[in-house]
Design a protein around this ligand. Structure first.
Ligand code: ATP
Length: 512
């Protein structure tokens, strides 16, 4: 099995074993691509949300928050384009009954051609050494030229088929002899468009019930409230509205744990600007968002931008911040310049004006919008997977340690009496009573102290505070640091400031 797969399996099982994430309704064998956050997961998730909220809302005087309802008037989704265009092309395998995204099957095939070309390039690099000219090789080596040309041709035909003729996407799958990745069967149905929105109903009787959707993105709740917020908050363009909350998408293929869920949480900010100034703000937010990610210290090389060449109908510029997940670089956050598309569409469908009077220009206009949109669950996965490490210690043994950024750790300190007698538990509990006003702290008296340290490491707890017999004499304890395993003897009275120094959001956000 590939190492990457091992790592990913380990992430999923650690998340369950240590009370971070459980499959939803597991007693009934779970519900596909739906997950529950457990006692430690809920704290980590809350801390990520708070870290985002603080940097976005609290630190920017021209950004305010909102918590719009999940259920919205159904015309919202007509105006936004989701009813007509929020589709993925699906294809079923008639033998295995498995469902796939037709575009992904073709893209994976194209990627394999790309990998074959890359392999040839790597081989040639070794063969020719310093004399190797990669550019020349790519354009002259017959095999590489053929692989890359084929890849390009396939992707171009896919793009055309997706917008004009889905039957041709099926024809392409058949011509390339693409088989069901799990069973090898090539017995496919036609390709159909599949709308990703979940439908539901509002109202008591079948006749009068109104068809609704669970929101597929939080952004529209911000757009329809744009003028309410602007007027009641006396906001001046440029200004932003931020929101975190659940979104729902009936994803066709959802096999990557919390990376692609059917119910997930977004953290979005829509920034309203003067028409013509959107590009400047787009670049500003691209940089600002990357800085926010980097402040968590998960490693600069784990992030990259992917600028979109093919833009959505509402955008005039778009980029993803991609993260190096256990299964490769994938989208973590989107930054989109959405023009005035959404506000104009809501004006048109509602018949109400959604315009701003700019006192400096002395004119009315529909603002342009730059959006930053990050998945909270994907952030969780990025932080959790990168932090989970196996370390070989000096004595040759290994330890599993979850090196979460201390600011996000669910529990900041575990307080451990060395033994369960001689009054040590009482002192430990007294320390808990003092610290719990400021931090999430845990008490642990079970097992030998070494095992308790390991348990705290696996939970990502940055500090272990051990109460021993010396504590009774001089009011000092040992404090053990998770990452270095270094232990210091400190006064009980200093614990608060030591912990504060490493976990305070202020200290972390100031690194931005
Ligand atoms: P993808 O291409 O991966 O499907 P997207 O481009 O459709 O994502 P957006 O509509 O831009 O995603 O949503 C913004 C963010 O919401 C994404 O960057 C991602 O972090 C998160 N997100 C989107 N879909 C899901 C999902 N099904 N599960 C978890 N997070 C999601």
């Amino acid at each position: 099995m590939a190492k990457q797969e091992d790592i990913f399996k380990n992430v999923v099982s650690h998340a369950k074993e240590y009370g971070f994430i459980f499959p939803s309704s597991e007693v009934y064998d779970g519900l596909s691509a739906v997950y529950d956050y457990a006692q430690n997961g809920v704290e980590l998730k809350k801390n990520i949300r708070e870290y985002w909220w603080k940097s976005m809302v609290q630190m920017n005087e021209n950004i305010v928050g909102l918590d719009a309802a999940i259920l919205m008037h159904p015309t919202t989704w007509k105006a936004s384009g989701h009813v007509d265009a929020f589709n993925d092309p699906l294809i079923d395998n008639k033998d295995s009954k498995k469902r796939y995204r037709a575009d992904v099957l073709v893209e994976d095939y194209a990627e394999k051609l790309n990998q074959k070309a890359q392999k040839e390039i790597e081989k040639a690099k070794v063969r020719f050494g310093d004399a190797f000219n990669e550019e020349e090789f790519i354009t002259t080596n017959a095999r590489v030229v053929e692989y890359l040309a084929k890849k390009k041709e396939i992707l171009a035909r896919l793009a055309k088929g997706m917008s004009e003729d889905l039957q041709d996407v099926k024809a392409l799958i058949e011509e390339l002899e693409i088989a069901d990745p799990e069973t090898g069967s090539k017995n496919w149905t036609d390709v159909k468009q599949f709308n990703l929105m979940f439908g539901t109903k509002l109202g008591a009787s079948a006749e009068s019930a109104m068809d609704l959707y669970l929101r597929p993105e939080t952004a529209q709740g911000i757009f329809v409230n744009f003028l309410n917020v602007q007027k009641s908050g006396r906001m001046k363009v440029p200004f932003g509205i931020a929101q975190t909350g659940k979104a729902f998408r009936n994803e066709i293929v959802a096999r990557q744990f919390i990376f692609r869920m059917r119910e997930f949480e977004q953290m979005e900010m829509q920034f309203f600007v003067r028409p013509g100034e959107e590009m400047q703000w787009y670049h500003h937010w691209k940089e600002a968002r990357l800085k926010w990610h980097l402040s968590l210290g998960l490693g600069k090389d784990n992030y990259r931008f992917h600028d979109h060449e093919k833009l959505a109908h509402y955008a005039n510029a778009a980029a993803d911040i991609e993260f190096n997940f256990p299964f490769g670089f994938k989208e973590l956050e989107g930054i989109h310049s959405r023009t005035d598309f959404d506000l104009k569409a809501h004006e048109q469908y509602s018949g109400r004006k959604l315009q701003y009077f700019d006192p400096e220009l002395n004119e009315n206009y529909v603002p342009y919008v730059v959006e930053t949109s990050v998945g909270l669950d994907r952030m969780f996965l990025a932080v959790f997977a990168t932090s989970l490490q196996e370390e070989v210690l000096e004595d040759g043994s290994t330890r599993t340690v979850l090196k979460l950024p201390a600011v996000l750790a669910p529990t900041k300190a575990a307080v451990l009496p060395l033994v369960k007698k001689d009054g040590l538990p009482e002192v430990a509990k007294k320390i808990i009573e003092d610290l719990k006003w400021d931090f999430n702290v845990a008490y642990d008296e079970k097992d030998a102290v070494g095992r308790r340290y390991r348990r705290a490491d696996a939970l990502g707890t940055p500090f272990c505070i051990t109460v021993d017999h010396q504590t009774l004499e001089d009011q000092t304890v040992t404090i053990r640091h998770r990452d270095t395993m270094k232990q210091d003897r400190v006064a009980i009275g200093d614990l608060k400031s030591i912990i504060e120094n490493e976990v305070s959001m202020k200290n972390w956000l100031m690194k931005m």
